[in-house]
Design a protein around this ligand. Structure first.
Ligand code: FES
Length: 435
C-alpha cells in the first residue's frame, strides 16, 4: 500500500543522508524529517542558524508521504467556531497565518518545482445549508468573499459549497526532497531520549541550544501530557484513473464525508475517517462511492493516513512546556498538516531566533482547552487500559485491536500502530509489542 506520492516518484532519487555516529553540537536540533521538521529547519538555516535534522527513518517516510497535499486556509468550517470560542481577532490571526502559509508554499514552488497549482477550495454539505451560511457570515466578518455555489461535477446532490479562492495543491515529496538537499540531516537516527539540551541515540548524542519535536506525535509523555490532549484518526485515499477531471479541491463539512482533488490525470478521493483503533470507515465507503459514481474508473493507488487531532482543531505549536528548557513542539495538525507545518516553521523560527512570535498565544500548546473531547480522550484511554487480555500497547499498556483491513494492531487509546510482528508503525509507542 503506497501513496501516489511515494509510488509515483520512483524516477527521482532523494538524496541520502548518513546516520549519526558520535557526538555533535548545533544551535538547533529538529527531530523529525517530515514537512513540519524540514520546513522549520529550512527557514532557520535561511535565517543563519546552525541546524541539524534527526530522522528515525528517511526524509518524508512518515505521515508526509500520505497527505493529499491540499494547501489552503479553508480548514472545514472552522472560522465561525474560532470567532465564537476565541474571538474575532483570533480568527483573523488564524486566517492571516494560513493565508501566509499558502503564499509561502507558492513562493517555494517557484524555486523548487513541485507540481504546485493554484486551485479554489470548497467545503460542501449534502444536507445542512444553515452551517454553510453561518460560516459564510464568519467569512464576511473576516473580510473574505463568501460565495456559496453549486458543484454539479461532484457525484452526489448537495445543498451548496462555500468557496475560498486562490488556494493550492502540490506534490509534497518533490518539495520536501528538494528542501532536504540544502540541510544537515541524519537519517536512520532514532532519538531515544531528550534531556537538558542533549538528544541521545544508540550511536551518539546531539547537543543543541534549542530542540524542536516535529515527530507527528510528541515523543515525550511527561512533562507535557500531550497524550491527554491529542487523539489520532485514520483516513483513506484512492487515486482513480478514468474518473472525470475536477477543478478545485473539495471537503465535506461533515468529518465522515469525502474529499476530492486531482493530480495530473488522476482523481484523489479521500474519506472513511475513523478514530484509530476503533471500528468503522475504511476503504469500503470510498469504493462504494466509486462503484456507483464512476463504475469504469480504475484504482491506480490506494493508501491510508494518520492524523493527530487537537482538542479544538487548532494545532499545538510553540514551547513544549514550562520546565523543559528551550524545547518546542509542532503537533495536532488536525488534518491540515501542510499549512500547519508552514505556520509551525514561521512561528518556531520566530520563537527560537527572537524569543517571541505574534502567533504564540493562538497556537500555544498550553492554552485552556474545552472539556468535551478531553473527557472523551480520558474515557477512551481508561476503557483501553481496563480491557482484559489481548496484546498490549507498549506506550501505556492499552489493549490493541486488530485492524483487518490493513493487517495491523492499532491502539484505541492514543493511536499507536504495530505491524504483524509488533514493530511500531506509528507512535507514540516506541518499543515493539508482543502480538
Ligand atoms: Fe497510548 Fe497505546 S498509544 S496506550
Amino acid at each position: 500500500m503506497e501513496s501516489i506520492w511515494s509510488a509515483g516518484v520512483k524516477e527521482i532519487q532523494p538524496k541520502t543522508h548518513p546516520a549519526l555516529q558520535g557526538d555533535v553540537k548545533t544551535d538547533v536540533l529538529v527531530i523529525g524529517g517530515g514537512m513540519a521538521g524540514i520546513l522549520t529547519a529550512y527557514r532557520l538555516q535561511q535565517a543563519g542558524a546552525r541546524c541539524i535534522v534527526a530522522e528515525a527513518k528517511t526524509v518524508g517516510s512518515g505521515i508526509t508521504q500520505n497527505t493529499t497535499a491540499k494547501v489552503t486556509a479553508q480548514h472545514g468550517l472552522i472560522y465561525g467556531d474560532i470567532i465564537k470560542k476565541r474571538g474575532l481577532d483570533a480568527a483573523k490571526m488564524y486566517l492571516a497565518a494560513n493565508q501566509q502559509a499558502v503564499a509561502d508554499f507558492c513562493m517555494l514552488a517557484g524555486r523548487y518545482p513541485c507540481d504546485f497549482e493554484e486551485q479554489n477550495a470548497y467545503v460542501y454539505s449534502v444536507d445542512n445549508r444553515d452551517k454553510l451560511e453561518q460560516e459564510a457570515q464568519a467569512y464576511q466578518k473576516l473580510g473574505l468573499s463568501a460565495n456559496i455555489v453549486e458543484c454539479p461535477s461532484l457525484p452526489f446532490s448537495m445543498v451548496g459549497a462555500l468557496c475560498m479562492q486562490h488556494q493550492g495543491q502540490f506534490h509534497p515529496l518533490r518539495l520536501l526532497w528538494e528542501l532536504a538537499k540544502q540541510l544537515d540531516i541524519y537519517e536512520h537516527t532514532f532519538i531515544r531520549h531528550v534531556q537538558d539540551g542533549i538528544a541521545c541515540t544508540e550511536a551518539g548524542s546531539i547537543h543543541a541550544e534549542h530542540i524542536v519535536l516535529a515527530t507527528h506525535y510528541p515523543m515525550i509523555n511527561i512533562p507535557g501530557l500531550y497524550f491527554m490532549k491529542l487523539y489520532q484518526h485514520r483516513s483513506y485515499v484512492l487515486a482513480l484513473e478514468g474518473a472525470p477531471h475536477l477543478d478545485g479541491m473539495y471537503v465535506d463539512a461533515c468529518p465522515e464525508g469525502f474529499s476530492f482533488r486531482h493530480y495530473q490525470n488522476l482523481l484523489l478521493v479521500g474519506g472513511g475517517s475513523h478514530k484509530t483503533g476503533k471500528q468503522g470507515g475504511g476503504f469500503a465507503p470510498l469504493r462504494a462511492l466509486v462503484k456507483q459514481a464512476w463504475p469504469n474508473a480504475s484504482e491506480r493507488y490506494f493508501w491510508a493516513t494518520q492524523d493527530c487531532m487537537s482538542l479544538d482543531n487548532t494545532p499545538y505549536i510553540g514551547r513544549h512546556r514550562a520546565g523543559t528548557g528551550q524545547m518546542y513542539v509542532a503537533t495536532g495538525m488536525s488534518k491540515w498538516g501542510m499549512t500547519g507545518s508552514m505556520v509551525a516553521s514561521r512561528l518556531l523560527c520566530d520563537l527560537i531566533l527572537s524569543g517571541k512570535s505574534d502567533l504564540e498565544t493562538l497556537y500555544s500548546p498550553r492554552r485552556p482547552m474545552a472539556g468535551g473531547q478531553l473527557v472523551s480522550n480520558i474515557g477512551s484511554a481508561a476503557a483501553g487500559l481496563l480491557s482484559i487480555g489481548g496484546p498490549r500497547c507498549t506506550h501505556m499498556g492499552c489493549k490493541l485491536h486488530k485492524n483487518g483491513e490493513e493487517g495491523t494492531w492499532d491502539c484505541p487509546c492514543h493511536g499507536s500502530r504495530f505491524d504483524g510482528e509488533g514493530h511500531v508503525i506509528d507512535g507514540p509507542a516506541k518499543k515493539q509489542a508482543h502480538v
